[in-house]
Design a protein around this ligand. Sequence first.
Ligand SMILES: [Zn+2]
Ligand SMILES: [Zn+2]
Length: 251
Amino acid sequence: MGLGQMRILKRLKESAAELLFPRAACCLCCGDPRRADAEDCLCEACRSKLTALRVPPEACERCLSPVKRGKPCAFCRSFQMKPIHKVYAPYQYKDEARTLIHQMKFNSCGEAVPLLGKAMALSLPERDFDCIAPVPLHPFRLRQRGFNQSLLLCRELSGRTGIPVVELLRRDRYHRPQSLTPQALRQRNVKNAFSCAKDAEGLRVLLVDDVRTTGSTACACAKTLVDAGAESVSLCVAAVVYKSGSKKKRK
Ligand SMILES: [Zn+2]
Ligand SMILES: [Zn+2]
């Protein structure tokens, strides 16, 4: 069968599935029909793939980056971790975890929020925070997207932990999205981007975002809060970029 024919067949299969199973009954990751009684909008295959994407236990305890045995963690010593006490995250940012986050962020898929929020809550053994604070979006970006995914995750996490959501931060400058900014320039891109909208003095804050890639955004937020007198700032995200580099490239 040629590639064109295969594509047509795939599309036919997808359309048939859409007719038979409404959107809500399809897996959020792969679109395949899922079991009607599945509690989390995933098919069984994607659920087990997602489980395999958990941050491995050998990751750095503080920042969840890969560490070489017996060596100090390079990310912890970087500027990005300086104002951040500790990082919590259930997943590595790739494959199904990445798809779920994109579904939430770019396809406004509300079903992804409780799924990710639940996993985030489970990744959070400590609960001694005074409040949960979202990474704010600039008003322009908020109007464009219609919602702030960090705030949605905050509310979900708050419902599961009882820690109140306080929108402590404000985004003052409009920047190019970090995802479209080269990694080396990300720190500069968010410099002085945030300020405190409310009193953060003495608070133990849990900052929430969807993903930590270079950590520049979280670092800029945490620095603003620490400068405003917050006692500590930890970070909880749905996924962290985790590049162990220990696997040899296959070719
Ligand atoms: Zn699936
Ligand atoms: Zn570390």
